[in-house]
Design a protein around this ligand. Structure first.
Ligand code: FES
Ligand code: FES
Length: 166
């Protein structure tokens, strides 16, 4: 390879039910790939050091910090971002619960909170407020609206109780 020429790797993944193929630089983070290459800017970047959780997405159903994961590490995976939650203009039950319980203020942390909440609810449909609070300890809200966020998670879990594939 010539000096100055950037090495690239092929990746193939599924993002919000869409098959995606791309050639990416080896050090490109998944967050930057989603935001810059796919225009999925709902995945927010806060600290870019793995501390705040704003960039949380689901990879093969598990929450990850997209600022810390390399795009090449996501090769072959299924990625879910906040843009994939609503369907046919209808809010996902988790989004709806955040809305009705006022689980957001400025909204900066919200995409990450929603994705982490979805993972928690999928793992535990009977999640309690205490479990939700503990599970969301990985995500920071600068507006400190944690109480309403916890209430929203419990509400969403109960609303999703009879739903399938959410
Ligand atoms: S931006 Fe990724 S954890 Fe803060
Ligand atoms: S709603 Fe503002 S950072 Fe959480």
């Amino acid at each position: 390879m010539n000096q100055g020429q950037t090495e690239r790797h092929s990746v193939s993944l599924t993002v919000n039910d869409r098959a995606v193929e791309a050639e990416v630089e080896p050090r490109l983070s998944l967050a930057d790939f989603l935001r810059r290459h796919l225009d999925l800017v709902g995945t927010h970047l806060g600290c870019e050091q793995g501390a705040c959780g704003a960039c949380t997405v689901l990879v093969d159903g598990q929450s990850v910090r997209a600022c810390l994961m390399l795009t090449v590490q996501a090769d072959g995976t299924t990625v879910e971002t906040v843009e994939g939650l609503a369907t046919n203009g209808e809010l996902h039950p988790v989004q709806e619960a955040f809305r009705t319980k006022q689980g957001l203020q400025c909204g900066f942390c919200t995409p990450g909170m929603l994705m982490r909440s979805l993972e928690l609810i999928r793992d535990n449909r009977g999640i309690t407020a205490e479990q939700a609070r503990e599970g969301l300890a990985s995500n920071m809200c600068r507006c400190t609206g944690y109480q309403y966020i916890v209430e929203a998670v419990v509400e969403a879990a109960s609303n999703m109780d009879t739903e399938v594939n959410q």
